[in-house]
Every structure is written in structure tokens, then in C-alpha cells.
Design a protein around this ligand. Structure first.
Ligand code: SAH
Ligand code: SF4
Length: 390
């Protein structure tokens, strides 16, 4: 039997969402043409965002306008190795080529609108985007390192009850170039202060694994040889425990470090402080972490925020030690940066010391992280939170 007789005829009701979408788009386009009849298509179509183009695409635009293709490589270096913010900074290109770029492309960057410096040197920066979104990033100087803490989203959907970002709600995902810009901005500030940027942590606003593609595209530009060239081993992605995302990282064979914000190994407590736990309870999270460890051969870190009388008892430490027996991990104990409107207090030193001693007695590797930049509310989301209220 000929194959086509097996296929039903396409009825009107069988049009796919894509067919309908195409019809809509062509209707919108026809309206546009009427509306902008005095303009050329070139003028009404938006300029290309140069940082969402591949080097190949830039070369094509150049050559179709009689420019030399090899310029694309120079432009690429300015964009991703030097992280420039304006075509005029491309000093080895002629004025004519720079004008050409200005006519055909946009190079959109945020504006540095907020800067707060803490007594300990921690500096929080706010970059305002053209749509008004405020992106937070932080420079955290250390004894022999300088770390950039960057955001992956504006706000966050996950609403952890201790977190300032959680209280903001969600506005939007960040684009790869908006993530990249934060790193470049913090890197420049670190270099102005005479310290090279050594580390990057995705611990600012947002859940990076809910913006997977954009975050990985940004990491590619940060670590690539024809990008900023930073080592992936110096980069840490922190997640609240998005199980599919952790498995995908393992399948993608990533080489950067993974941190999981655990904050409790007692399911009912974690449900209460991190609503994401209701979607991905601890046993599922543990399976995903095992999968990650097996596939990548690396040791993740658990972030554990000590909240007074919530997760800082000896019973909590026992549950944590038990949970950690399933895989090789290390634990970062984090001091809580108190947030207005959140009903939590940081743990007293005596609770913390007993908690840490217990874990160490079980041969677990534990680091205690002092809170940095507390006087400037450097915890993620606190800048945007303050801004919103003022
Ligand atoms: N969404 C991701 C990454 C951003 S949050 C995640 O949750 O892992 C980065 C880290 O900051 C997380 O470990 C988070 O629990 C922690 N954090 C949030 N609010 C904090 C606060 N007020 N004080 C200290 N750490 C906080
Ligand atoms: Fe989102 Fe992380 Fe804050 Fe939770 S701790 S609300 S996941 S940014």
C-alpha cells in the first residue's frame, strides 16, 4: 500500500501550534509593513544583538556588506576576551568599521547604578538593565583570592523563607551576556584594587538550574580560550536542588564545581524552609547527587546555613552526617545574614561549634564560612529588596 494512504488528510483542526504561530506572525508582519510603509525593511527590523551572534554570523554580516571577514575574529576578541561595552573601544578597527557595527548591531550592557562597600572590602554592585531590571553581583576579596558572586535570574521562583531574593518573586531569566557582564564588571573592580579575579560563584539572585541554557552559555564564554579564559575549577554553581538540572549537568560532563544548598537533612524541616523540597524531596535529591558523583568523579559541596533553633541542633547534625554517608561531599557551614521580614536569627556560636564538632567527629570535611559584607546586606536579593521598598 502506498505510504500516503496511511496518513490522514490534514484537517483544519489538525494545524499544529507552530502552524498557527506562523499564521499569527505573518499577520503581525503584514500590519507592520502597512504601519511602517515609508521605511525599508532594514530600518524596521531591530538591529542584531551582536553578543547573541556566533563569530560565523558576524562574519556573514560583514562580508555581505563588503567588509573583510577576518574582522569578525578581532570583533569577537573585543567582545569576549576583553569584555568591552562600546564599539568605540575596538581600537584596532577603523572608524568606518566601528560605524558599520553601530549601524548593524547593538551592544547592550547594563548601567552601574549601585555600589556599596563593606568595612571588610566586600563590594556589592547593582547593574540596571534597559528594561529596568536590577542585577546584583558582589566582589568578595579574600586573603589570597578575589571572588565574583553573580546572579542568574532577576528574583527567584523558589521562595526559600530565609532568603531575601525568595521574597522578591520572579521577574525574568538573565541572558548569557547579562551574566557575563557581571563577571567583567567585578573583574575590573578587582583589578582596579590590585587583585586579579580568581573565583566565580553562582550564588547571587536566582536559581541557575532553572535558567540552564543561558547559564551554561555564559560559563562557556567565561571559561573558553577565546573568552575570559578562566578555569572551570575556579567556578562554582550553587543550586537549591533541581534534580533534573543536576542530572543534566552530569550528562553534559561539566568541569566546574557543584554546590547544593541543603540547609537541612530532615525532610520536614527542609519542606518548611525550602518549598522546592516538596517537588524534589531528599531521597530524590540524593539519587541525583549520586548520579552526578558517579558520572563526573567530583565531590560536591553542601551549603548549610545555620538558623537558630530551626536546623542547628545536635539532632540536625546527626541527620546531616547520616545523609552525607551516601556520597563523598564536603560541607560549608554558612553564617546567616539576617534578612528583614524573614523570621530567622543566626545561630549562636555555641550551637555552631557543637554542630561542627559533631560532624568532624564523623570524619566529615567541614568549612565554616563567616558572613561577609553583613553591614551592606550582601546576602543575595537584599539590595533589590531595599530598592523596592525605598
Ligand atoms: N538559588 C541557588 C543560588 C543562589 S542562593 C541556591 O539556592 O543555591 C546562594 C546561596 O546563598 C544559597 O546557599 C542560599 O541558601 C544562600 N543564602 C540565601 N539567603 C541567605 C542569607 N540571608 N544569608 C546567608 N546565605 C543566604
Ligand atoms: Fe532562590 Fe536560592 Fe534564594 Fe532559594 S536561596 S529563594 S533558590 S535564590
Amino acid at each position: 500500500m502506498p505510504r500516503e494512504t496511511l496518513l490522514p488528510k490534514k484537517e483544519k483542526s489538525d494545524f499544529t501550534a507552530e502552524d498557527l504561530w506562523r499564521q499569527d506572525i505573518s499577520r503581525i508582519f503584514e500590519n507592520w509593513k502597512k504601519h511602517f510603509k515609508d521605511y525599508s525593511i532594514q530600518q524596521i527590523v531591530e538591529k542584531l544583538n551582536i553578543r547573541s551572534c556566533s563569530m560565523q554570523q558576524i562574519a556573514e554580516v560583514l562580508t555581505t556588506h563588503g567588509e573583510k571577514a577576518f574582522r569578525a575574529k578581532q570583533i569577537w576578541q573585543w567582545l569576549w576576551q576583553k569584555g568591552i561595552t562600546n564599539f568605540n573601544e575596538m581600537s584596532n578597527l577603523s572608524l568606518k568599521t566601528r560605524q558599520f557595527l553601530d549601524e548593524h548591531f547593538i551592544l547592550q550592557t547594563g548601567e552601574l547604578t549601585h555600589k556599596q562597600e563593606s568595612e571588610d572590602g566586600t563590594t556589592k554592585l547593582g547593574l540596571t538593565q534597559p528594561d529596568g531590571a536590577l542585577i546584583e553581583c558582589v566582589l568578595i576579596p579574600g586573603r589570597d583570592k578575589a571572588t565574583a558572586c553573580v546572579s542568574s535570574q532577576v528574583g527567584c521562583k523558589l521562595r526559600c523563607s530565609f532568603c531575601a531574593t525568595g521574597g522578591l518573586g520572579f521577574t525574568r531569566d538573565l541572558q548569557p551576556e547579562e551574566i557575563f557582564d557581571q563577571v567583567v564588571t567585578v573583574k575590573r573592580l578587582a583589578e582596579e584594587r590590585g587583585m586579579p579575579l580568581t573565583n566565580i560563584v553562582f550564588m547571587g539572585m536566582g536559581e541557575p538550574l532553572l535558567n540552564y541554557d543561558n547559564v551554561l552559555a555564559a560559563i562557556d564564554r567565561i571559561t573558553a580560550e577565546d573568552g575570559l579564559g578562566m578555569s572551570p575549577y575556579r567556578l562554582t554553581l550553587s543550586t537549591s536542588g533541581i534534580v533534573e538540572g543536576i542530572r543534566r549537568l552530569a550528562d553534559d560532563g561539566v568541569r566546574f564545581n557543584l554546590a547544593v544548598s541543603l540547609h537541612s537533612a530532615v525532610n520536614a524541616t527542609r519542606d518548611r524552609i525550602m518549598p522546592v523540597n516538596r517537588a524534589y524531596p531528599l531521597p530524590q535529591l540524593a539519587e541525583a547527587i549520586k548520579y552526578f558523583v558517579d558520572k563526573t568523579g567530583t565531590r560536591p559541596t553542601f551549603e548549610y546555613l545555620l538558623l537558630r533553633d530551626v536546623n542547628d541542633s545536635l539532632e540536625d547534625a546527626k541527620a546531616l552526617a547520616q545523609f552525607c554517608r551516601q556520597f563523598p561531599v564536603k560541607i560549608n557551614i554558612i553564617e546567616y545574614n539576617e534578612v528583614d521580614n524573614a523570621p530567622y536569627r543566626h545561630s549562636p556560636d555555641t550551637h555552631r561549634d557543637a554542630f561542627v564538632r559533631f560532624l568532624e567527629s564523623k570524619n566529615i570535611v567541614v568549612n565554616v564560612r563567616r558572613s561577609k559584607g553583613r553591614d551592606i546586606d550582601a546576602a543575595c536579593g537584599q539590595l533589590a529588596n531595599k530598592n523596592r521598598r525605598s
